[in-house]
Ligand binder design. Structure first.
Ligand code: SAH
Length: 223
């Protein structure tokens, strides 16, 4: 093992202890975080910081979430190994990979083509064959596949898109950051019950915004 690799492993163990200290008690969630190599989800220049408990830039103005937030969201989803999960905002694919280790299948949607392509390469490299990824506006849901047992939105919207609530199976759980500004967002957990939806506020979070539609293709000067 190279000195870089052993340094990363030492940092990963330290991070796992921090997560435990911060109240993440689900051994399956900690195990998934231990097994997914975050260093391959960040740009090479940030590899040394892959196991610091911070969000890191992944290009196109987007970030891979802080490990403690990934751990908290994964734990609060109460995932079971037979669950079908819908994720909105693939980004680097790091959160997707953690979900994929704890569920039957993950359907994930990203609106940036380049981010999606990079994430798909990582899923193949890690042999995570239970992930189906597509380009699109996740606020509209994944029309061919509902209902989903679990839905995770990793970008903040002013309100939870109705199409996503409706895509939730009975007894299902949806987790989403809600709030317009980066400050003042709350992580909301919605359970679909017989009588309707039950909402819980899980505390403050900071996510990039959920943006409608696809980015416009870059138009350069004609030559
Ligand atoms: N979970 C990611 C972090 C996501 S950052 C990770 O672990 O790396 C949020 C992502 O949501 C960004 O990549 C952004 O491009 C994407 N996004 C924002 N609005 C979206 C939408 N309407 N549909 C799909 N993806 C969206």
């Amino acid at each position: 093992m190279s000195p870089e690799e052993s340094a990363l492993i030492a940092k990963k163990l330290k991070l796992l202890m921090e997560l435990r200290g911060a109240g993440i008690g689900d051994a399956r969630v900690l195990g998934a975080i231990e097994k997914v190599p975050r260093e391959i989800f960040v740009p090479p220049s940030f590899r040394d910081s892959a196991y610091e408990n911070v969000a890191l830039p992944i290009g196109h103005g987007q970030t891979v979430s802080q490990p403690s937030v990934v751990a908290l969201m994964t734990e609060k989803l109460e995932l079971g190994e037979r669950h079908n999960v819908l994720e909105i905002g693939t980004g680097s694919g790091y959160q997707t990979a953690v979900l994929a280790r704890l569920s039957r299948r993950v359907f994930t949607i990203e609106r940036h083509r380049a981010l999606l392509a990079a994430a798909e390469r990582r899923f193949a490299e890690l042999k995570l064959y239970n992930i189906v990824a597509r380009l699109g506006d996740g606020a509209r849901g994944w029309r061919e596949q509902p209902p989903f047992d679990r839905i995770l939105v990793t970008a903040a919207a002013r309100e939870i898109p109705a199409a996503l609530r409706e895509a939730l199976a009975p007894g299902g759980i949806l987790l989403a950051p809600v709030g317009k500004e980066r400050r003042g967002q709350r992580l909301m957990r919605i359970r679909r019950e017989e009588e309707g939806f039950l909402a819980e506020d899980l505390g403050p979070v900071h996510f990039v915004p959920l943006v409608g539609g696809l980015p416009r293709p870059a138009v350069g000067p004609r030559r």
